[in-house]
Design a protein. Structure first.
Length: 301
C-alpha cells in the first residue's frame, strides 16, 4: 500500500512518498552498521553530576564549641527550601575544630538546590555575614579554568550538509521510502527507467515505522526510547528526541516545532512540544481532558 506525501502541501513538482510494509523482493540480509546509530547502540552513562549540591560561603568562623549551634542554624534555614539528605550538611573545620566559613549542602533534587540558590544568595545572616550561594557544578567549572591562558586552537571547519539536496535533482524526480521486514530503503522514482538499486538502505533503521516531515527535510524513525531525525545526502542523524513510547507526531508547517505523544506516559503531560533546531523541550500539555467530577446527589426534600 502506497501513501503519497507532498512536502509543501497541494501539488508540487517534487514530492516524497511513503510505501509501508510489503514483502521482501530481495534475498539475503545486510548487517552493515551505517553511520549514526540508534538508542540501543548507546551505552548507558552514570550520572556523576552534583547539581543537587550547593556551596554556601560567607558563614561565620566559629570555634569548636559553637560549631554544632551554627550547624543547626544553617540546617534550619535551608530545610525551609527543600529536604536535605542524610549527612547532607558539611562545614569543613581546621585541625583545631574551627569552622572555615563555608559549607556544602546536598538536597534531594536539583530543583530544591536551584531554589536554595535563588532564595539564600545575598541573604544577610547578621551585620557581618552575607550568604554567597553557588552550585557545586559552577564551582567545579570555575576551578577547572587554568591560571594561564593557552593558545586558542579553533576546531577544524566541517561544512554542513545541504538538508534540501533532493530539490537539486536534475530530473526533478520524486523520492519515496519503502519499508519491508527489517529493511528501510530510499528510492528515486524513475518513470521511464526504474532503478535497480535504492539510493540508500539500512537494516533495523526503525523499530516501528517512518515518517517524512512536511517539507521533506527529515525522515523520522520511531524507537522504543524516542525518535531519530535523519537528513542530508548521507542520511546522518540530525536530532534525537528522548520521549519513550511515542506513537503519534506532528510537525509545524515550517518544521520549526515537533509535537510528540506517548500512550505510555502520564497523560496529564503526554503531549510534548520540541524545538526541531535545538532539540529542546519547549512545553508539555495534557493529552486527555480530566474526567468530570461526579455531582453529589442531594437528599430528597
Amino acid at each position: 500500500m502506497a501513501t503519497e506525501r507532498g512536502r509543501f502541501g497541494g501539488v508540487q513538482p517534487v514530492k516524497r512518498q511513503v510505501v509501508e510494509e510489503r514483502h521482501s523482493r530481495f534475498s539475503g540480509d545486510d548487517d552493515d552498521d551505517r553511520d549514526g546509530g540508534t538508542f540501543e547502540d548507546e551505552e548507558p552513562q552514570m550520572d556523576t553530576s552534583m547539581r543537587q549540591v550547593i556551596i554556601v560561603d560567607g558563614l561565620p568562623i566559629v570555634p569548636k564549641e559553637k560549631y554544632e549551634k551554627l550547624s543547626n542554624v544553617i540546617r534550619k534555614f535551608f530545610t525551609q527550601v527543600g529536604a536535605i539528605v542524610e549527612n547532607g550538611l558539611d562545614m569543613p573545620q581546621d585541625d583545631a575544630g574551627t569552622s572555615k566559613g563555608f559549607a556544602f549542602i546536598e538536597f534531594s533534587t536539583e530543583a530544591e538546590a536551584i531554589a536554595a540558590i535563588t532564595k539564600a544568595n545575598g541573604y544577610k545572616l547578621d551585620k557581618s555575614h552575607t550568604f554567597q550561594v553557588n552550585s557545586y557544578e559552577d564551582h567545579a567549572k570555575f576551578m577547572a579554568v587554568p591560571d594561564e591562558e593557552g593558545e586558542l586552537v579553533p576546531p577544524p571547519f566541517v561544512p554542513k550538509e545541504d538538508m534540501r539536496h533532493w530539490l537539486m535533482d536534475p530530473a526533478a524526480r520524486d523520492q519515496f521510502v519503502v519499508r519491508y521486514n527489517d529493511e528501510t530503503e530510499l528510492w528515486w522514482n524513475e518513470s521511464t527507467k526504474p532503478a535497480s538499486d535504492p539510493e540508500y538502505s539500512r537494516k533495523n533503521w526503525t523499530d516501528d515505522y517512518v515518517r517524512w516531515s512536511p517539507m521533506g527535510t527529515f525522515l523520522v524513525t520511531f524507537h522504543r526510547l524516542g525518535l531519530m531525525l535523519w537528513g542530508g545526502p548521507s542520511w546522518k542523524k540530525v536530532l534525537k528526541i528522548n520521549h519513550g513510547g511515542v506513537k503519534l507526531i506532528d510537525f509545524s508547517p515550517c518544521e520549526t516545532f515537533l509535537v510528540t505523544w506517548s500512550p505510555e506516559a502520564d497523560q496529564t503531560q503526554a503531549l510534548i512540544v520540541w524545538n526541531v533546531k535545538t532539540g529542546k523541550e519547549m512545553r508539555r500539555f495534557q493529552a486527555r481532558p480530566p474526567p468530570h467530577p461526579t455531582r453529589p446527589r442531594l437528599p430528597p426534600t
